[in-house]
Design a protein around this ligand. Sequence first.
Ligand code: UDP
Ligand code: MG
Length: 326
Amino acid sequence: MSEQLRPAPRLAIVVPCYNEEEVFPYCLLELKKLLGGMVEDGLIRPDSFLLFVNDGSRDTTWEQITEAVLGNTCVQGLKLSRNEGHQSALIAGLTAVDGSVEAVVSIDADLQDDINAVRHMVEAYRAGYDVVYGVRENRQTDTWFKRTSAEWFYRVMTSMGIRQVSNHADFRLLSRRALDALLRYSESNAYIRGLVPMVGFASTEVRYARAVRLAGESKYPLRKMVALAMDGITSMTIVPLRLIAAMGFCICVLALIIAFYVVVMKLTGNAVLGWPSIVLSIFFMGGVQMLSLGIIGEYIGKIYLETKKRPRFHVESLIQNDMSEK
Ligand code: UDP
Ligand code: MG
């Protein structure tokens, strides 16, 4: 990009954690090593840090974070008052990093994403990019179901005109100005993956192979995956509403054609249309209407929730090495 490299940034790595007691020790160790290595190489400033967001964990995650903060100047901890979900926890972390931070990287606690990609992200940042997406090279470590459903999800999203980087989850680097721009989207149903491309600025991708979860189970059961997919679609586009209208129009045209056919049959004298066709069409129309109402309901629900302007999270405490609470 630009000829001149940007100076080494003060970097914050934001890690949302929900019941991650099993992976936390390893995660802390690896990220500290990574941070130290990058400082040594002059890639980032020495006051760069890790920020662990405890998203209302019910296990010992917060105790472990507190201990880590006590023992390390490069670790900070943010405690939310309850479990708000991955997207809100991430927003909370991004909001909490202080103003002197020049670049943030978000990454999952289970380290399924290759942490070495962070180096490449920082290099891309220094070369002038404001948004650097971590993109999975392959999804072999995911189950068949997760792979297929994700593929279909991206296809449906793209066909509805939502710009989104395929095979990119929430592993990315944002420069200060991209971060500020992202935080201006104040919707309570934030689908970060869809919002980041809307922010604009120069962006690029860093590819990496995704590993299996280190320990513990996925905190994204099917229920949460479906909810994220629904949020992703309904918070980013109104195309489904238009599809309903289009579908209604097509069915009306079809009905007219059938009516014409019935009249012709009647006139030519060989028409006795049985009740199955009637019953079938009633069921079919009933189904279409219920589905359409459901989709409309989803949007109305969203409007209802957004108009309340409820806060997305509450911070219980932000701790740093001197244990000063903010
Ligand atoms: N997570 C969170 N709150 C939740 C669910 C998940 O902060 O309610 C965090 C979790 O600790 C992890 C990240 O979000 O750091 C991604 O979750 P996970 O790895 O379980 O998702 P998957 O990789 O299976 O999609
Ligand atoms: Mg994971």
